[in-house]
Design a protein around this ligand. Structure first.
Ligand code: ZN
Length: 224
């Protein structure tokens, strides 16, 4: 744990707070065009957790998720990429296996991560949520450093926005999405979260298997 604390001190000496414009000071900023304004009456009340990695089935390396979220994916690099390159998707954050945090969209804006979704009967989760992509899959455990950074990011988000719940993509799009998947340890998030009023709702509902990162056609409700 001493090594972990040292790593965090080096990588986030200023902490993970979210500034007034919606940017996390500790994140590497890679602006995505795949975003728009939230509806005037919407505030960030929900955090949606996902998993993603590219290319499919390959070791965690490279920058293709960045390319996907910035519409610069090399279509020739993988057989699935011509279809993926048609998607217009993003997330606010991408948390890599080594704990590095990237931010594509300010939290004050609406990223395109949840697609067709609902939370407690309220549709269109992109309107009122922040999306965090964890580099990983439904088939492998996440890294301890990812949970450590996630704890701090969630605390910062709860401080900056009126967050009331944290859920998985599989919770807001059951039957269509499976991420963050069975290997994601929701108990660690519950343990790490200091904000007692925030409901860690992930994993409360079972979801049917579905292919993650399946292109959903030209629908404006695309998701990751
Ligand atoms: Zn997802």
């Amino acid at each position: 744990m001493a090594e972990l604390a040292e790593w965090l001190q080096q990588h986030a000496p200023c902490g993970y707070e979210i500034d007034v414009a919606g940017w996390c000071v500790a994140a590497r900023r890679v602006a995505s065009p795949n975003c728009n304004a939230r509806p005037a009456s919407s505030e960030v009340e929900l955090v949606v957790l996902h998993n993603i990695h590219l290319p499919p089935g390959k070791p965690f390396a490279g920058h293709d998720v960045e390319h996907l979220f910035t519409n610069t994916l090399d279509r020739s690099a993988h057989p699935s990429y011509p279809q993926l390159a048609e998607l217009r998707v993003s997330a606010h954050f991408f948390l890599r296996r080594d704990g590095c945090l990237l931010q594509f969209v300010p939290t004050t804006a609406r990223a395109w991560h949840a697609g067709v979704s609902s939370w407690q009967g309220r549709p269109g989760c992109n309107d009122f949520s922040v999306g965090i992509e964890l580099e990983g899959s439904d088939f492998i455990a996440f890294e301890p450093i990812q949970y450590a950074v996630l704890d701090m990011l969630l605390a910062a988000l709860c401080k900056r926005h009126p967050v009331v719940a944290i859920a998985g993509h599989s919770d807001v799009a059951p039957g269509r999405k499976t991420d963050p998947g069975p290997w994601f340890d929701w108990r660690r998030v519950r343990t790490g979260l200091q904000e007692g009023h925030v409901r860690v709702a992930g994993g409360e509902q079972n979801s049917a298997p579905a292919a993650e990162l399946r292109p959903d056609g030209a629908s404006p409700q695309q998701s990751t």
